[in-house]
Design a protein. Structure first.
Length: 254
């Protein structure tokens, strides 16, 4: 892990990208709804791949880069910046993941290259987001309709299992330059080839995100969110580098 941390801090842009996006999401969220929520004992474990965000570890929709923000209390006009930020996050995925690959392979990274890669893969990540969102909605609605609360729990289990099996799908889109359907197939092959090591990384990601989430909710305040933004960028950035290292090992041995 020391080597992974060194890689991260030698490439500060990897830290700055998620910090800038989260800061922007937080500021716009404050402008739209103010600061909402109260301290609580709550936790959220994540399996999100690619660019980190505080919104992934929070159960309170404060940052606008998440669908949760678009609730009944938000005007339709306020949806415009939310949709813009969701599109920006899809754009950033390609640039961030390509930057991770360059960092692990010892190549320099730059803002220009980030923009180029973001533009190249943005449409694919927008469609991936839409496909996953539609699948979650359809499966959850169907299972809840037939099985009630048990259906909701079952849908969660299904999504966790599928997320683990296809944990590398975002990386495959960029590193292997694949279409979405091909990326799902390749992701499954990579997971099967390194299920033990990949499972270890998944556990690390869930534990680290869980600790951050628990502390964030317990200390919930504007200051806590501000502190959590760089912490997520660093801690989860290290985890993302570790996943990229494993994927490139899988790719080299394939």
């Amino acid at each position: 892990m020391k080597k992974t941390f060194r890689l991260l801090f030698r490439n500060p842009l990897i830290i700055m990208y998620p910090i800038i996006l989260d800061a922007l999401s937080f500021i716009i969220g404050l402008m739209i709804v103010g600061f909402i929520g109260v301290p609580s004992l709550s936790i959220r474990l994540i399996l999100e791949m690619g660019i980190p965000s505080v919104s992934y570890v929070s159960n309170i929709p404060q940052l606008i880069n998440q669908m949760q923000f678009m609730g009944d209390t938000i005007s339709v006009r306020a949806w415009i910046p939310v949709i813009f930020m969701l599109l920006l996050m899809a754009f950033a995925q390609g640039g961030y993941i390509a930057s991770l690959r360059n960092v692990v392979e010892g190549r320099p990274i730059s803002i220009g290259q980030f923009m180029k890669d973001g533009k190249k893969y943005a449409v694919r990540f927008i469609f991936l987001f839409m496909i996953i969102t539609a699948a979650k909605t359809a499966i959850t609605t169907l299972l809840a309709a037939f099985l009630g609360v048990i259906g909701l729990f079952l849908s969660l289990v299904v999504f966790v299992i599928l997320r683990i099996i296809f944990i590398y799908v975002e990386y495959c889109i960029v590193v292997n330059q694949l279409t979405i359907d091909a990326a799902f197939r390749q992701s499954r092959r990579y997971f099967q080839a390194s299920s033990f090591n990949t499972s270890g990384l998944i556990i690390v990601m869930m534990i680290s995100s869980g600790v951050i989430s628990l502390l964030l909710h317990y200390l919930w305040s504007p200051a806590a969110v501000v502190v959590a933004i760089p912490i997520c960028a660093v801690v989860l950035g290290v985890v993302q580098i570790a996943f990229m290292q494993q994927l490139l090992l899988n790719k080299a041995s394939a």
